[in-house]
Design a protein. Structure first.
Length: 319
């Protein structure tokens, strides 16, 4: 892995206020050694944590607002060989982080730093920690060893035990406004029309937008956008053709239904304070898709018929 892969603050879009907050408190020495990065899925919690770690461990931190990318610490971090950093996530194919990994964190943080100023452990998606694992961390959260940091990220903080949340300082990572989201998507190499279409489905999340784009591609996103734009005037023949198309690919089907829900959720929010009837229609349509998705996952045998019914019900929901 090249040093160019090091995540720094310069790579982040729209998180300048959170970055400054973290850096100011780090310099002043008033940042808790236990941090919980909280925000919707895909908004940059992990990237922000990586950028802060790179800056904190960089040999030039005293004179720079970002990691240099060239010093031994930066090179080791980029190569994922920095000895004072432990990154914990669920194993491939698993949805839980067990007590053995929590004990590993405790052992790691009990050792003196080898290369930098502190030992740093990061728990990605802390909501995946089992109850036993979370309880095992309480002592080290209550009495952290000197020169240690414990960082955790989560998109569902309510799934983290209150006893754990209360012992961590919360770092709120907000969704991006559309202007900055568009900028971020362009920086990831998307064409301007592709980025524009994704705005309706991303909920301010670069990660979510890129995941939808990776699954559906520009054509699939355009199809969903065009369907929702023409939904009030769609003809039966067009609906049946679209249902046939949706039923062909399970992975794309899930992604398209998810994209529809995200777009409708955005409509509910936008119309809520302006046009309550339109907001109600968008909410009804979202409920139709949710019911269909649930029925489909329960093993309904005729998927095409189920999707045709869903599309008809979507057109029937009107102000």
């Amino acid at each position: 892995m090249s040093a160019r892969t090091l995540t720094t603050f310069a790579h982040l879009v729209g998180l300048g206020s959170v970055q400054r907050w973290l850096q100011e408190r780090t310099v002043k020495g008033c940042l808790s050694p236990s941090l919980l990065f909280v925000g919707p899925e895909g908004v940059g919690k992990r990237s922000l944590a990586r950028a802060w770690i790179a800056w904190y461990c960089c040999r030039t931190r005293a004179t720079s607002n970002d990691a240099c990318g060239q010093c031994p610490s930066c090179v080791q971090l980029a190569a994922e060989s920095y000895p004072d950093l432990l990154w914990v996530r669920a194993s491939p194919g698993k949805r839980e982080i067990g007590i053995d990994r929590a004990r590993e964190v405790k052992r790691f943080l009990s050792i003196q730093p080898m290369a930098g100023p502190s030992r740093i452990a990061v728990i990605e998606s802390a909501e995946q920690l089992t109850t036993a694992a979370q309880n095992a961390l309480l002592k080290i959260l209550e009495e952290p060893p000197p020169n240690t940091w414990l960082l955790a990220t989560t998109s569902t903080p309510d799934a983290v035990l209150p006893t754990v949340r209360s012992r961590c300082q919360r770092v709120a990572v907000p969704p991006l406004p559309e202007k900055l989201l568009r900028q971020a998507l362009l920086q990831h190499g998307l064409a301007a029309p592709e980025a524009e279409n994704l705005l309706n489905f991303a909920e301010g999340s670069v990660g979510k937008a890129l995941a939808i784009h990776a699954t559906l591609g520009a054509k699939g996103i355009q199809e969903v956008s065009e369907f929702l734009a023409a939904i009030d005037h769609a003809r039966y023949g067009a609906l049946t053709r679209y249902a046939d198309q949706l039923a062909k690919d399970d992975r794309r089907l899930d992604a398209q239904l998810h994209a529809m829900l995200l777009a409708l959720r955005k409509q509910v929010i936008e119309f809520a304070g302006q046009d309550r009837q339109q907001a109600r229609v968008a909410l009804e349509r979202a409920e139709v898709i949710t019911r269909t998705w649930r029925t489909m996952r329960e093993g309904y045998p005729n998927r095409t018929l189920l999707l045709e019914t869903m599309l008809l019900q979507l057109t029937q929901a009107k102000p």
